[in-house]
Design a protein around this ligand. Sequence first.
Ligand code: 2GW
Ligand code: MN
Length: 297
Amino acid sequence: GDVHYLAKTLVVVSVYLVQIVQEWRTDVMMVTPWLAPIVWDGSFNIDILNAQFHQRGVRIGLTVFAIKKYTVFLKIFIETAEKYFMVGHKVCYYVFTDRPQDIPSFSLGEGRTLNVIEVTSYKRWQDVTMRRMQIISENCLKRFIYEVDYLVCSDVDMMFAGHHGVEMLSDVFAAIHPGFFQASRKQFTHERRPESQGYIPEDEGDYYYTGCYFGGKVEEVYKVANFCHHAMMADKAKNMEALWHDESYLNRYFLYYKPTKLLSPEYVWNNYYGSPVYVKIKRFLHVDKDFEKIRSN
Ligand code: 2GW
Ligand code: MN
């Protein structure tokens, strides 16, 4: 009847409107099988989101570790974050370092602060990268929970090159590793030894997530970091270490506690992987490093 026809027309029109407002894309997956959005260029309206997050007065923490020679990466990291990361929102940088005297001073935008927190270094580089989880989890309880609403945890050998706004934020989010976006499950470099706490069976694993960028509400980041730290310690007690260190344990966590939002590879790109058409914006880039020089003691 008439009502049925009207309803049908309305559906068609609104689907069409959603498509033009959000430019719904058909070239990439926009949602996971558990209905978490995957954030791609064109999938969000930043004005609506900014209004929502401003209404809540949201505070965002960005954690970064600059241990030993990695302090050299901090300048570009912070300077580009000032241009692109959560502009217009309250931002708190947390820089963990063993060399506080090497941290330059930065001129920051309004509502933005930077905290330098001294931590001890570890001899093995694998421990330097893995212990980040312990330090993050401890600081969630000690200070993050009192100071910010969301946390974003990043590698330092990176530079921002495009918008990173509140569209990223969700209870717990992970970023798809740029090298594995088009890879099949078999190709994911998960830890495959069942004895390891990072173990993911061959026929499981949804995506391959990068270890260099993840976040969420402080309570959720605490759970992620605490899990990864304890998984690492359990493996260490057996004299084991997962294939890709913290990244492997992170992938294991996200297999059973699925992220509520995924960041497309726009949010963590590496020019090593070229310029595929589906990555319309490279928002965050790995900085080239002289491995010999930067990783020697
Ligand atoms: C790391 C490797 C070898 C020698 C030194 C270091 C090192 C790392 C260091 O001397 N000082 C330091 O501060 N770091 C911190 O750990 C720093 O924040 C750095 O960005 C992070 C991870 O190390 P990185 O960036 O050299 O490793 P990637 O880029 O190969 O990272 C991927 O794989 C790692 C595990 O092997 C992590 O999962 C990382 O999150 C991934 O992006
Ligand atoms: Mn890195």
